[in-house]
Design a protein around this ligand. Sequence first.
Ligand code: ZN
Length: 462
Amino acid sequence: MPAPKKTLEWLDSHLDARVEELIALSRIPSVSAPGFPAAEVRRSAEAVASLLSASGFEQVEILELEGAHPYVVGEWLGAGPGAPTLLLYAHHDVQPPGREAYWRTPAFEPTRGTDGRLYGRGVADDKAGVVVFAGALRAWLESGVNPPVNLKLIVEGEEEIGSEHLAEFLRVHRERLAADVLVLSDTANLERGLPSLTTSLRGLLNIEVRVKALDHPVHSGLWGGPTPDAASALARILGRLFDAEGEVAIPDFERDVPKLSEKTRANLAALPLDVADFRRDVGVVASASLVAETTAEIFERLWFRPSLAIVAIEGMPLAAAGNQLIAEAAARVGIRMAPGQDPVAMRDRVLAFLEADPPWGVCVEVEAESPVGGWRIEPEGPAYEAAERALRAGYGRDPVYIGCGGSIPFVAPFAEVLGGVPAILLGLEDPLCNAHGENESLDLDDFAKALRAAAHLFSELG
Ligand SMILES: [Zn+2]
């Protein structure tokens, strides 16, 4: 069932107030990263709590766990014990502002641009998520109708630093947070105005490889020739990672990659992107070729197959270099695992490959950060059908199912604690939003559509 007409009218006529709420929240520099004032994250939690209370949420509380930034929770259980319950998630912490000089307007002074976007740190990721959930409930209540679902909302304070305490938080508050459907608002739309449901995430694995060839750098003229050096050895080790076609050469790198169904393949081919747009958006130089030929293959490689890149490399900076043999060199290899791949087996496979057969017998040390597995759901059943209807009604366009090539640490803890409950991942980022970068922005048209879609979601899932 769509949301009542008067609820939608209330939303439309009070849209400016929602934008003002978003601006007020985004003025608070709630950066959760170490080295930034934790008091601001607390101030942000307090502001979120007041917004939730003002919007009709009850039992609003700031909840704490030792060593974690504060969470805010609230609920509205007016639909009664027989009605379904949604657990809503967003986060109120933000990334550091980055390089100040690159912001066209200050990061924590949210500013409306002439392009219909709101600029400021956190406006898209993820304070918009908080305001959308709060605004949708408020619209129902202020227009004099109760939504036919119960709502529980968690607003996390440490998503941007890896959601380290979330699993514990969910375990501690398991009973209070019990729900029939999860709605997580922190992902992206494939393009502006195109509502997108995310159904898979890739896993993440970072490995450092350190090479030591000498106990100190030496003159390349006096010693070079008979003597191996660390940088050349590292280059050979890294060079072995790819074959001549640009494919990863580690044996079994694609083990356990799920075969895509015909339906998924057709879905990928129908997504609105062409190879030229992808090249332009990513900014690849004209002479380089992509390791994919079609749109479907681009998405398949981004979302459903593992990838590997050297994300850091160090030996000697050019500016400091003399004619010396480098004693030690290091690199970080970053791997995105396909959903379905075993992260521990992948780690062991890559470690063994990097360590094997060191060039000239130099010392090679490898160390892995703890890997995060991927995630994937089949979007089938009444909850996804309801979400499709809500998004179609809110945005006026058919929604698409997409994957995400990145990794979101908060999804696995929810899946673990709440078992097989359907998870609906949506959000307000778009290809122009520059989340995590300078000049983060939110399309205000999409913000209005997302509010309507959320209001519809409450009745469609009821
Ligand atoms: Zn986020």
